[in-house]
Design a protein around this ligand. Structure first.
Ligand code: AMP
Length: 233
C-alpha cells in the first residue's frame, strides 16, 4: 500500500496505526533518512543538505534504501509505503522492483489536505530527539513542555518544519509529487480520503475503503488508538 499526499497530511500517523493494526511494516523514507542523518552514515551525510532545504534527496539514494528495506524478511507479507514514491522515476522504479518480487500494489491512498491544515500541523509539530515520538504544541502537547512523555528525551522542531522550508516543501510536492496522483489514477489504484480529518476519523475512512474493496477482514480487532492517541505527522 502507498500513502500519498503533501507533508502534514497525516500519512505518518496513519502509517503507524495501520502498521500496528495489520502487522505489516510502516516504511517511511523520511524516517529512514532522518535515522541515517542521526547516525552520520554516508547516506545521511549526502541526504542532510537536501532535507534541510526542503528538497528531495536524489532518486538513486532513496531507491537504494527502499530496495534494501523491501528485500528484508519482515516485508514479505506486504508493507505500507509512506513518503515514497515522490517522483515519477521513483514510481517507475518501484513498479519494476515489485515486478521482480512478484508483488503488486493493492492500493494507493491519497490524502487530499488543505493548505491551512498542513501549515498548522507542521508549524506546531515537535519530535523527540531520542525516540522519535511525535507531538503537537496544541493538539498533542507533552505533559511537561519540551520533554517526551515516553522517554523523557528533549523535543525539537524539525529543521524542515520551520516556516521558510515548509513553503519550499509544498512547492516541491506540487511540482514533483502531485503528478503521481494521475499516475496511479491511470492505473486504477487511487483512492482519496480527506487528510483534514482528525486521526480517528481519517483511520475510519481508510477502514471503510478496505471494506469497500473487500481487502481485509477488519471487524474483529481491537482499536489501535491507545498507541499514540491524537498523534499527527
Ligand atoms: P518526510 O518525513 O516524508 O516529510 O521527509 C522528509 C524529507 O526527507 C523530505 O523533505 C525529503 O528531503 C526527504 N525524503 C523523504 N522521502 C523522500 C523520497 N521518497 N524522495 C526524495 N526525498 C525524500
Amino acid at each position: 500500500m502507498i500513502l500519498l499526499g503533501p507533508p502534514g497530511a497525516g500519512k505518518g500517523t496513519q502509517g503507524h496505526v495501520l502498521s500496528e493494526r495489520f502487522h505489516v511494516p510502516h516504511v517511511s523514507t523520511g524516517d529512514m533518512l532522518r535515522e541515517a542523518v542521526k547516525e552520520n552514515s554516508p547516506v545521511g551525510l549526502k541526504a542532510q543538505e537536501y532535507m534541510n532545504r526542503g528538497e528531495l534527496v536524489p532518486d538513486d539514494i532513496v531507491i537504494e534504501i527502499v530496495k534494501e528495506r523491501l528485500g528484508k524478511k519482515g516485508s514479505r507479507n506486504g508493507f505500507i509505503l509512506d513518503g515514497f514514491p515522490r517522483t515519477r522515476r521513483q514510481a517507475e522504479m518501484l513498479d519494476s522492483v515489485l515486478h521482480e518480487m512478484h508483488k503488486n500494489i493493492d492500493m494507493v491512498i491519497y490524502f487530499r489536505t488543505s493548505e491551512d491544515v498542513i501549515v498548522r500541523r507542521l508549524s506546531g509539530r515537535r519530535i523527540c530527539r531520542s525516540c522519535g515520538a511525535n507531538y503537537h504544541i496544541k493538539n498533542i502537547p507533552p505533559k511537561v513542555k519540551g520533554i517526551c512523555d515516553v522517554c523523557n528525551g528533549p523535543l525539537y522542531q524539525r529543521e524542515d518544519d520551520k516556516e521558510g522550508t515548509v513553503k519550499n516543501r509544498l512547492e516541491v510536492y506540487e511540482r514533483q509529487t502531485s503528478p503521481l496522483i494521475d499516475y496511479y489514477k491511470e492505473k486504477s489504484k487511487l483512492n482519496t480520503i480527506t487528510g483534514d480529518l482528525e486521526v480517528e476519523d481519517a483511520f475510519k475512512s481508510i477502514l471503510k475503503l478496505f471494506a469497500e474493496k473487500d481487502l481485509l477482514s477488519i471487524k474483529d480487532r481491537p482499536s489501535p488508538f491507545h498507541i499514540r492517541e491524537g498523534s499527527y505527522d
